[in-house]
Design a protein around this ligand. Structure first.
Ligand code: ADP
Ligand code: NI
Length: 225
């Protein structure tokens, strides 16, 4: 299929059907937000919008978190779909490389994207993991995967490699230092850096307030003990 509008529409319908029933923060609206943010970044940075939009639509089509840690399935599913639509070979290659590289792999693992289009998609995905929506998604993920919200006896970890990161099963609040606080400084476009400032600050405020309420700091002025 060489008509770009028809390919985007067909891809959207395909992706919407796949993400339909998700309750872990990987629902269709996550994909739609990433697509819209990635296109804004692409316009600001001068990236190719077709590659960016297709890759954003397909970026979580078969995420390793839902496939026993297998990170090969996502790019393969994207490739099969695009081949079935007779997309241009160079476009398929560019999109599948982005789908393969987009995911976070642990604090100690570099995941820089080689192309400008990849940077826009990865930055958009990461902007959706921070701020108010990012917090909502983290707790939705934790609930869907049976994680505790917080446990003061389990400390956050520094994951040196992807395997260690994939095995983690700690409480959701640990995910903030383990991943979410790190994202701001790993964004690769200047536009995303600017957008991340406010979202990152909100993440920090939420985290501090969560722990303050847990300790009971906010009761001190009303109670004697
Ligand atoms: P990535 O592929 O980089 O992980 P996703 O679009 O799949 O990006 O987003 C991951 C989402 O799932 C984030 O919002 C993140 O907060 C959430 N998530 C992943 N792992 C955990 C976890 N162990 N605890 C809480 N949330 C998690
Ligand atoms: Ni995503």
């Amino acid at each position: 299929m060489n008509d770009p509008t028809a390919l985007l529409e067909a891809t959207q319908a395909f992706v919407q059907a796949k993400h339909g029933s998700d309750s872990s923060g990987h629902d269709w609206w996550h994909v739609d937000r990433v697509r819209r943010m990635a296109l804004r970044l692409a316009a600001a940075e001068g990236a190719d919008p077709m590659t960016v939009e297709l890759a954003a639509l397909l970026h979580d089509i078969a995420d390793w978190k839902f496939h026993d840690g297998n990170a090969e399935i996502g790019p393969e599913a994207a490739r099969q779909w695009l081949v079935s639509q007779q997309a241009d070979a160079a476009l398929i290659q560019a999109v599948c490389e982005i789908v393969a590289g987009v995911t976070f792999k642990g604090a100690g693992v570099a995941t820089e994207m080689p192309t400008l289009e990849g940077k826009c998609v990865q930055d958009a995905d990461r902007l959706d993991a921070i701020g108010a929506i990012g917090i909502g998604r983290a707790f939705a993920f934790g609930g869907a995967f049976g994680r505790a919200m917080y446990d003061p006896e389990i400390s956050a970890q520094h994951h040196e490699d992807f395997t260690a990161y994939q095995k983690k099963s700690g409480p959701t609040l640990n995910h903030f230092p383990e991943k979410l606080f790190l994202l701001k400084d790993r964004l690769q476009t200047a536009t995303a850096h600017r957008i991340a400032e406010g979202r990152h600050r909100f993440l920090e405020e939420f985290y501090e307030r969560f722990l303050a309420e847990w300790r009971g700091d906010d009761m001190a002025e009303f109670l004697e003990c």
